[in-house]
Write a protein of this length. Sequence first.
Length: 705
Amino acid sequence: MDSSPHPVTVRRRGRVCLIVIDSPPVNAASHAVRSGVQRALKAAEADADVTAIIILCEGRTFVAGADIREFGQPPGEPSLPALCQEIEACTKPVIAAIHGTALGGGCEIALACHGRIADAGAKLGLPEVKLGLIPGAGGTQRLPRLIGMAAAIEMVATGRMMGAAEALERGLIDVITEGDLASDATAFAERLVSGKAGAQGDAAQPLSLPLRRTGALPVPAYDEPAMAAQIEQIERKARGQLSPGVGARAVLAAATLDLPAGLAHERAAFAGLLASEQSAALRHVFFAERAAARVPALEGATPRPVAIVGVAGAGTMGAGIAVVLAEAGYRVIVAERTEKAAEAGRSRIAALHQRGVETGRITREVAAARMAATAVGHDITAFAPCDLVIEAVFDDLAVKQELFAALSGIVRPDAVLATNTSYLDPNLIGAAASHPERVVGLHFFSPANVMRLVEIVATGRTAPDVLATAFAVSKRLGKLAVLAGSCDGFIGNRIFSSYRKQCEYMLEDGALPHEIDAAMEAFGLPMGPFAVFDLAGLDIAWARRKRLAATRDPAERYVRIADQLCELGRFGQKSGAGWYVYENGKRRPDAGVTSIIEAEARRSGVQRRSIGAEEIRTRIIAAMVNEGARILGEGMAQRASDIDLVFINGYGWPAWRGGPMFQADRMGLGTILAEVERMQARDGAGWEPAPLLVEMERSKQLFGG
Ligand code: 3H9
């Protein structure tokens, strides 16, 4: 007999049998859990003394889904769909007692039960779509029978979690409890057996026995054209991702097929997606996000307590940071240089909170409270009580050094000083501060209140507890933090710079901006690179190129087209023209830009040729991966998957493509290396294959380490 503790045990409360799952961390429905529940269920059903059964979990949550780590392994019996069928078919009432998050397969177990009780903080959801999947254990068939077609389609297609109160209102659960879940579930089960437990928590309404089996309920009537429109919109919004549309259509099938046929339809769609590239990519992203939080340098380090945060600078970036800090419940002190700038900053911050009210995300009262927690002034001595100050001033070394030197005389010596620089060396900025070990980079992406990514940059001297503080604050802000080393552009902008260069080379070589954009949009990017350059403005990159001109390797291929556009005053969308022209908010390609490109190609002696979408994508990915491999080789990123997260969360890369490093792995490192070798031959200095890329290609290993 297996002597290891079994994740499923059985308890008795009177004549009610409690099947208790205890499988940390999230009680995933692993093979051991499934077989344990099946065994306990069969025993309870056969036991004449048992009148009702409860499925309950220990630890932080009800079953949070199928065990993702088992995907791809041979399925062990019982499968989750089979177990759900057995639960539904049980001749005694089975109640799900839910706390934490009943997700995916966990929610499906609850749906298969004959009644559902949840504590007030519980949430239910079918997030399979986020893993490139759909529910595979009856969720698409049972959910609409309980909450109706439109709500079920929305839940399956978005993966949104539903709180207990809404779940009760919609009929997804029967009872909410504020008390002890096991006791109240037992009382609910006893009432059910005695025929006195009603739906919607109304104990006076008898629930008719035989048991209310979700799968046997009719699908409530629905508006067919409205459903078709809802699904069409879901597919449009998914921009190439398959699972939202497949999930929505599987739900719709519940209306036309009987339960067995509906389940078979769901199962086939689930199996198809499980084998898809998209699901592999999204599962890679799921585990990448969890891996990013594992930072060996943090082991044993305790974050410093942070309650009051200062923000120096209230431009677009500073205002966005102030907003997200107030949202997370920090007291915020913002300082600008002048009263006028402070006033403008205050308006900017207020407008961002107000947008939350207008979009229905927060109430007027919440916005007012957040504004009240944010003091905006023009005196940096106001930072004195801060536990952390984040600077978001002009990206100029002297300006930032002056600020850090001044801050050293204002804040406590243990207050953390963070720089939001995009390119400057935090070591140099930190050197201006007293106690440079408290300096760290916190690189937010614009707009800071929207973009999920924060690059946390360790200077050579950052203390472990300061680094831990940066991670803890980012987590509280709901951001995805990725550790980066201190190098020009850190992870994201450094790779983006190679990406940008290769895009500009392709113009001279024969492609046009809208062709490159179309290729990347077809790949899944919401906007192609040239449209993004225009949106961000061409002037900042121009200023940077001018600044770096003196130190640029003369052997590096340099394309002057962007400089010429700037010389013509074409700074992008804000000036009405850039890579495109803009009229009435619409962009269109410009023959003038084509002429400049052709003239530059002639001047450089490049014979232009047509470049297809596939070559465009391969060149872009190869350029990114080569720089990514350099970054990894230099220890500036912890792992390849961190680079993927940076592009997905900071640059709009579609998660269902898994990020550039994941794509490289799928395309084959040999293909990438061959492309980089072509770049080296064609584009010269700076395009040598990264030593790590060569090494990885030899060992065919990118994510193995
Ligand atoms: C499914 O159910 C398919 C079915 O319809 C059909 C089947 C036939 N499996 O996120 P955390 C691990 S698809 C295995 O940091 P939190 C996670 O890797 C599934 N492991 O905690 C991490 O491990 P480590 C549908 C899982 O408190 C640890 O648990 N369900 C699973 O911030 C802690 O995770 C989902 O998609 C899993 N299902 O958030 C739910 N889930 O410590 C996915 C988590 O080694 N999970 N782990 O890094 C979540 O959304 C969050 O984990 C949750 C907790 C909200 C539950």
